[in-house]
Design a protein around this ligand. Structure first.
Ligand SMILES: CC(C)C[C@H](CC(=O)NO)C(=O)N[C@H]1Cc2cn(c3ccccc23)CCCCCCNC1=O
Ligand SMILES: [Ca+2]
Ligand SMILES: [Zn+2]
Ligand SMILES: [Zn+2]
Length: 169
């Protein structure tokens, strides 16, 4: 019972990301904050750093889309699949797509919490597959937002297997 590795990882520690478009469900500031906090969950437990990159050469592009959106994996409207992401690599590698058919919420325990979904998808962007530990962030099912740390020991073991531990101060 454990995490799965995607078979690819980033060959650098300092990654860039860019939010290409936004959902109408939330103010842009809350989308930026949700993504930044989801990235911080992963940077807290690895040597990885994330900063906002310029143009389309950012490593991780974050997009909201409905239905067919050009990558052969069309979204299904409200419910069902909430989002998907691509394992590390060039071009679409690392990118995160959210199904804008969902009603995304922020700092809310109800609805589809954007921060929680983002943290799961970014796990894929960094090279983790799905875990069969039900409580883990990388489990394939959305389990609702619970207070406290969303990243679980199994997730930490997996990501540290790929990138090591944070440098000790
Ligand atoms: C983990 C999450 C953030 C990302 C995952 C997808 C994923 O792994 N992305 O990297 C996801 O969306 N899982 C579905 C899986 C799923 C659950 N059901 C489905 C019905 C149809 C299609 C898919 C599903 C039953 C009904 C509930 C539907 C709403 C919740 N959906 C899910 O939990
Ligand atoms: Ca959906
Ligand atoms: Zn897509
Ligand atoms: Zn997933």
């Amino acid at each position: 019972k454990r995490y799965q590795l995607a078979g690819s990882k980033w060959g650098k520690k300092d990654l860039t990301y860019r939010i290409v478009n936004f959902t109408p469900d939330l103010p842009q500031s809350q989308v930026r904050d949700a993504i930044a906090r989801a990235l911080q969950e992963w940077s807290n437990v690895t040597p990885l750093t994330f900063r906002v990159g310029s143009g389309n050469n950012a490593d991780i592009l974050v997009k909201f889309a409905r239905g067919s959106h050009g990558d052969g994996y069309p979204f299904d409207g409200r419910g069902g699949t909430l989002a998907h992401a691509y394992f590390p690599g060039p071009g679409i590698g690392g990118d995160v797509h959210f199904d804008d058919g969902e009603r995304f919420t922020y700092k809310s325990f109800t609805g589809t919490n954007l921060y929680l979904v983002a943290a799961h998808e970014l796990g894929h962007s960094l090279g983790l597959g799905h875990s069969d530990v039900e409580s883990s962030l990388m489990a394939p099912y959305y389990q609702g937002y619970s207070a406290g740390n969303i990243i679980q020991p199994d997730d930490i073991r997996g990501i540290q297997r790929l990138y090591g531990k944070p440098p000790s101060r």
